[in-house]
Design a protein around this ligand. Structure first.
Ligand SMILES: [Zn+2]
Length: 108
């Protein structure tokens, strides 16, 4: 039988030495893992300002997404609501203009 300890065993022992419980160790490790926030994603370049569908200025928010007609488009939120296929992988991403002029991905 191997007697080697995993890093998790060692953490549990450390917590046990402090009078902590096993479940405390688990929740603590999970909290540490979930703290790794995803990096902010920005639109590269300039997406313009005009909705590909209705040709209105989309203001501070646009969606790069698939339409119910098939092709992808950069569109205003109104057109996305009408013709879009939702947000998410393979469906669409929402971007919002930041004070520094860059477009930050805020959904999808
Ligand atoms: Zn539009």
């Amino acid at each position: 039988m191997s007697n080697s300890k995993t890093p998790f065993d060692i953490v549990c022992e450390l917590f046990a030495a402090e009078g902590r419980t096993h479940s405390f160790a688990v929740s603590n490790m999970l909290a540490a893992t979930s703290k790794r926030a995803p990096k902010p994603r920005y639109w590269t370049g300039n997406p313009g300002h005009e909705c590909n569908v209705c040709h209105q200025n989309w203001g501070k928010t646009f969606v790069d997404g698939a339409t119910s007609m098939g092709p992808w488009a950069n569109m205003c939120t109104e057109c996305h609501r009408r013709y879009g296929r939702g947000l998410g992988e393979g469906k669409g991403q929402r971007y919002e203009k930041q004070p520094d002029g860059r477009w930050l991905k805020t959904g999808g």
